[in-house]
Design a protein around this ligand. Sequence first.
Ligand code: ZN
Length: 535
Amino acid sequence: MTVKNGKIVSMDAYKQTGRVIDAEGRLIVPGFHDGHTHPHVPFTLVSPEAPMLFKAKSVEDATNSLREYAEKHPEDKFPRMFGWMSAIFKEGEKPTRQVLDSIIPDRPVYLVHHSGHEFWANTKALQMAEIFEKDPENFYGYIERDPETGFATGYMTETEYAGTDGVLLNTVKAVKPLTFREQTLVLRFILEEYSKVGVTSIWTKDGDIEISKIYEQLLKDDSLPVRATLDMLYTSYSSIDDIQMYADRATELKNAPLPKGFLKSPGAKLILDMPADGYVWLFESDKDPDTKTGKPFFSLEGFREQAIEADKKGLTINVLGLGDRAIHEALNVLEEIVKINPERERRHTIEHAEYIQDNDLGRFKDIGVIAVMNPIGVYPDKEYQKQLEKNIGKNRLDVLGMRWKDLIESGALVVNGSDFPLAPMDPMVGMHLLVNGTDLKGEPEGGLWPHKHISIEQALRTYTVNSAYASFDEDHLGMLKPEYAADFVILSENILDQQFDKTRLPKVKAMLTVFNGHIVHEDFSAEEKVIDFGG
Ligand SMILES: [Zn+2]
């Protein structure tokens, strides 16, 4: 392959001039595209240098981590840590502010559940957010309260987007833990991690205009190490007029005097339901009669109005939809849009798309809706799965859950994303979950739901050619051929070889990552990859 000026110019290298890299017979694949990720969470959910809490086995493990981090970082005005599992609490126990107060009473503290939708805060944080004594107005989330005093206990769900400005976002804004310049530095450090695992394009599935300015600054500074497609998140504090603002920002970025092909914000993320207790919107089911059917996070009518407006303004709609009912309703609205709005090329998506009724499966292809899924949905942790089974129902989970295989076979386009920081950003870990369905130790034997596993080639497509299509980049990304961008990865093992042991997937390394014709990561050492993730 010959590369020049950021592009592939031919698929041979017979005239060897310039720098020659010998892949020594190794597999070269297109640069990976992470179709659903949240790299800028350090500005909200987690302090930039705080370690993850995935591995904590008890409340004590988690609080020890917090103590250690807070002692090392007295400069952090608002310690936030991410990733605790529900199983660190004994049956019937819940997070309390008092436990955190005993470690840090004088700075606000937030520990965020691994789902990103449950929160554990200390008293100082609750007071600063002005929710200690009562709920804010127009509130959608849940703040647990002591039945006697009415004070917040320190446990909350879905408060990040709720209320006038989001409880957590409000506190972050009040404390201002990072300046704009610091945010660009932090984001750059995080984005550079993508290069190490072969990711050259990302699609963030939340964000706002302020965050898009950080990406723009990085591009101006010539230090954006991935191609970034950004979403604008519609929350309870957004107004329908904001959709015009999102569309204007999309146009502004498109016409800005910036290098082309690196940054755009064509999407609006609209929320139908949420991956949290009581907000996964499910159909009632005879087979799973005890499960909670949940409800939409905002109203269905509100969602419909936002979607029609966003489509009219030319935006790509990314619907957060998990439950089978939410997905059914999302498909109805997306189908209606095609009929009532002017004709145009549409590539709307449903994000997560975790539970799909048989009747709705074929509609993805028919309407042209793309399923953007997250392999973390098969997170092979026993406690997590037990909880999921209780909330969702065993039958629904086994039959209607995580239907990437059925969707692909129905002819629908499936894209996968890490949902970082919920899971590592490494596509090899995602592919491992899709293909093997086990944790990193190989448990459970044979993998969760073997009837849902897909082939390595199918998995690879969801991280390359399919994602390029979803973001309207199929004419220059996602494949290796002349005129396409020189974004590619040399892998340490040939994952497409018949003889390849597929249980080795998470161990496969990106030995060389080339982005726009530049080497952005190189590791030809024999050292094993370290993966910080649950089991
Ligand atoms: Zn997400």
